[in-house]
Design a protein around this ligand. Structure first.
Ligand SMILES: *Cc1c(COP(=O)(O)O)cnc(C)c1O
Length: 415
């Protein structure tokens, strides 16, 4: 870093920010030191193309071994017979699935972005929404839950070749079996994108999408606590072959070997007993956070959570998401504004907040610390309600409490 002072200043400032804040952003997590070492290693300088045993370059012996480790551990972790560990991101993983299973113009059914879906599931301005004929299902405006009868009705009309479940702000368990019944009725494939709760699935505190989903995708850097990237899983060899060639050479060139190594390390960690405890703690923390906010008079979308996500509906307290999120950030608690079911506001304003508890759980937060941070969030939000905007004094005292808590729970426990 000595060669580039400008960059170093920005990186150090970012380190300070991360260490002094308590981030409650839903996708946020911290990979272990071992995982970070793996993605900083010299394997980064090896160009690979193709799959283990079927490469296009020489000198692949070690890289084959590394990728096989990652694949075998991913299969063991999710109890399936096929894994592809090469996707550069969750979006690439989904794109490969679309490319493997569909022809351009085919029908797709996915959850609308407004109700919690993801842009790679068919947003109009995304490749998935431009090249395919996408219909959306949503959630019930009052309960916030997926209305399976409504899904079935839309599916029977739209006749999708692919149905997508899973999203970015749906906090409840998804009935994979019910979705599979609907998919079977329509002769469609079922893709489960478990990005936001794949760690809970791996840790055994959320039901697995297998054997119901034909294909499962996930990011590796969110709840799964690995390096940035994606994975594709399935339990069918023929389908696996299609997925392999859809990813490479279909939509990607050479994968990132250092990230494949880091995925191998993260999957090994996720197979451990400690990770099961982590997954249980994430869920308990998310539920504790819900109950503190709810007791303070804030509406929790769906009344609770089965995932690391907590969605708060601010309409009943007369706030919008943008003002609330801004004040929380000033207090050192980044989270995001988010649309809630039936939201009258647009995506820039919103009536809600989305929180995720994966990252603080990695920092070591358990019941008491989670209660503390939830109470600070309540104080900041109460301050916004009273002042009609962020209250500088409330934000300042919250920020001091956040910094104390951040120091007590450093990002890395072991040096
Ligand atoms: C985050 C996310 C993705 C993909 O994210 P990338 O930023 O492309 O890694 C895909 N699906 C869901 C449901 C997500 O939450």
């Amino acid at each position: 870093m000595e060669v580039d002072g400008d960059l170093m200043r920005a990186v150090v400032a970012e380190e300070d920010r991360q260490h002094s804040q308590i981030e409650l952003l839903a996708p946020k997590n911290y990979a272990s030191r071992a995982t970070r070492e793996a993605f900083a290693s010299i394997v980064s300088f090896t160009t690979i193309e193709g799959y283990p045993g079927r490469r296009f370059h020489a000198g692949m012996v070690n890289l084959d071994a590394i990728e096989r480790l990652a694949i075998d551990r991913a299969k063991q972790l999710f109890g399936c017979s096929y894994a592809n560990v090469q996707p550069h991101s969750g979006t690439q993983a989904n794109q490969a699935v679309f490319y493997a299973l569909l022809e351009s113009g085919d029908n797709v059914l996915s959850m609308s972005l407004r109700d919690g879906g993801h842009l790679s599931h068919g947003l109009r301005s995304n490749f998935s929404g431009k090249w395919f004929n996408v219909a959306n299902y949503g959630v019930d405006k009052n309960s916030g839950l997926i209305d399976y009868d409504a899904v079935r009705e839309i599916a029977r009309k739209h006749r999708p070749k692919l149905m997508v479940v899973g999203g970015s702000s749906y906090p409840r368990r998804i009935d994979f079996e019910r979705f599979k019944q609907i998919a079977d009725e329509c002769g469609s494939y079922l893709l489960a994108d478990i990005s936001h709760f794949s760690g809970l699935v791996a840790g055994g505190v959320h039901e697995s999408p297998f054997p119901h989903a034909h294909v499962v995708t996930s990011t590796t850097n969110k709840n799964l606590r690995g390096p940035r990237g994606g994975i594709i899983l399935c339990d069918d060899e023929g389908l696996g072959k299609k997925l392999d060639s859809a990813l490479f050479p279909g939509i990607q060139g050479g994968p990132l070997p250092e990230y494949i190594s880091a995925k191998a390390v993260a999957f090994k960690e996720a197979l451990s007993v400690e990770f099961k405890e982590y997954a249980q703690a994430v869920l308990r923390n998310a539920r504790t956070f819900c109950s503190v906010l709810s007791s303070a008079g804030y509406d929790i979308v769906t009344g609770g959570t089965d995932t690391p996500l907590v969605m708060v509906d601010l309409r009943s307290v007369g706030l919008t998401g943008d003002v609330a999120a801004e004040s929380l950030e000033a207090a050192g608690i980044p989270c995001n504004k988010n649309l809630v079911p039936g939201d009258p506001e647009g995506p820039r304003t919103t009536s809600g907040l989305r929180f995720g508890l994966s990252a603080v759980t990695t920092r070591g937060f358990r019941d008491e610390a989670t209660r503390d941070i939830a109470e600070i969030v309540v104080d900041v939000l109460d301050g916004v309600r009273k002042a009609g905007a962020g209250d500088a004094q409330v934000e300042k005292s919250a920020k001091d409490r956040v910094e104390l808590l951040a120091r007590r729970y450093p990002i890395y426990l072991r040096a």
